[in-house]
Write a protein that binds this ligand. Sequence first.
Ligand SMILES: [Zn+2]
Length: 274
Amino acid sequence: MNILLSRWLLALGLALIVSLAASRARLLSPGGAAAAVVVGTMVFGGAGLPGAGLLLAFFISSSLLTRVVNPRAVEAADKFSKGGRRDAAQVLANGGLAALLAGVILPAAGELSPVVWAAFAGALAAANADTWATEIGVRFGRRPVLITTLAPATPGTSGAVTGAGLAASFGGAGLIAVLSLLGAPGARAPLLLAVLTAAAGSLGALVDSLLGATLQARYRCLACGKVTEQHPQHRCGGLTTLTGGWAVVSNEVVNFDCTAVGAALAGALAVWLA
Ligand SMILES: [Zn+2]
């Protein structure tokens, strides 16, 4: 059989196995699992084992943090997510750009492939930074403040940051950045590349907070009065109404923009370092 075809079939098989396992562990909704098969196939198929390693490091570390660090943070989670299981929109918001870069652009990049690889790593570094910052910040952060005004905020509010969350953000981006060296053999300054990729991912997560505090749609439940990102219906069953931000700027749009900033910065740094 054709080597390229067998590589993509292997990628599909691996993506199916991982997505099924994640679905059984209730980490993904059925739609989320379907989206994860697409993202996983594109990343495994286009970027090979190093790409698969980065994607799995993001998926496993962020899922574990959600499960282990915040098992009972349902009340807080209620404010900024749709509960424990990631749905298709959330999977594509966090992994869609990485899938596009790895599965479509990288195979066609030729001499530019180190730059595309760096952008792919930057996108996943930003997604991981954002997830780690959210989980660690909500659990261990003291006195969250809004990133724009530095006014005290309730834990879990979009745009609220804590020292612990910012440190976790750099840790989450750093894990991906260090692993990304596996896909950059012969890089001129590997340590510098890793540190800068981690910084690019952290900056992406900061942009996420900035958008969360400004443009992101904020809703209030008409039944229970809680602030939420859910629309049109709150998990309690009540309808929600827009109280701030723009309706089109959902949490998913903000998460996608976070990965775009990480990818653009990391790609630009790779050009500069080359
Ligand atoms: Zn409600």
